[in-house]
Ligand binder design. Sequence first.
Ligand SMILES: [Zn+2]
Length: 415
Amino acid sequence: MAARPTNLRVNGERLWQSLMAMAEIGKTPKGGVNRPAASDLDRDSRDRFVAWCRDAGLAVRIDRVGNIFARRGGRDDTLPPIVAGSHLDTQPTGGKYDGAYGVLAAFEVVRTLDDVGIETLSPIEVVVWTNEEGGRFSPACTGSGVFAGVFELDYARGRVDRDGKTLGAELARIGYAGPDQVGGGPVGAYFEAHIEQGPILEMERKTIGVVTGAQGVRWYDVVLDGQAAHAGTTPMNRRRDALQGGAELVMAIDALAHRHAPQAVSTIGVLDVAPSSRNTIPGRVSFTVDLRHPDAGVLAAMDREFRSAVAAVAERRKLGSSIEEVWNFPPPVFDPACVGAVREAARALDFSSREIVSGAAHDACYMARIAPTAMVFVPCADGISHNEIESATPVDLAAGCDVLLGAILARAGVL
Ligand SMILES: [Zn+2]
């Protein structure tokens, strides 16, 4: 095997043009993109991608949950493919780069290899995952989740939007309920390029984020039961005020994340007070809790501290309490060799870089369960994403694509 061409660069201008052409589909007046999963606009973006892939001579296939795979053959086509991509659906107030960048960067890698006539040992597949955003159909990362065996196909296809339409029926309607089995075969490695969607790279003036993993997430519904009673006639020492207990827990859950700084975060996003009357002591409080940390051990400690805080407040204030855990997403850890390939590609091209943990979930988080996986982050302006003003520079986007190219070549093998 010949030495890998470590200084090979993608065509950044062509990448930018394809991003801008894709952003025309579902564009919003403020410069963003609104392309819900399995909508007519999603179909248009898929059609455009598939047309480009066919023009480039790639073999396109579509699986039963609508994931698209565009394949560039390798010297040994029996080897597991090196897969790279992301998603084309967006949030209702989405931007031009979230998702589309990962897909079109992977496609640009393939085009660059064609330009210079490099053949790889393993085949390379560019993937578009279905319904990553979860904005129209919940849960998010549906296509990659089925591929990785996290969700059953029938469950995924039966997800319902607000109008009662199922993902399966909508995929069939737009022509993307494909014939292929979902997953099953081995994947040599999976790479995903993405804008950071946070402020760290820009703040530290780094071009490349070498993503080592993502945060684990635990979601809970908490209910505190006291006693509703007259606000004027009930002495303070006889009250079982559920909101006072809730207030203590709001503070305790905030303090808990500060104790595990800097990586821990905790959020109470919903709080309901019942009966919610000016002159009645709150008899019941219910609230949501969102705890996140990239280390499973620390996240488990946060879970224990949260539960003991609820128990202590409930006992002291003589409140009933219940905690229902509604989601437990263990922190994905990316493959050291794939992460190393990203780090080495950035180093070989002399880009400034730092290791980073993804604050958001990505298709790569599910792929990490079944294949060696890593991600490449590039900065986005002010760390803003899921917003129409989402912005990234052509130079940074090309740099991330160069790194993606280097990492893919390292895993695919060059002849
Ligand atoms: Zn995304």
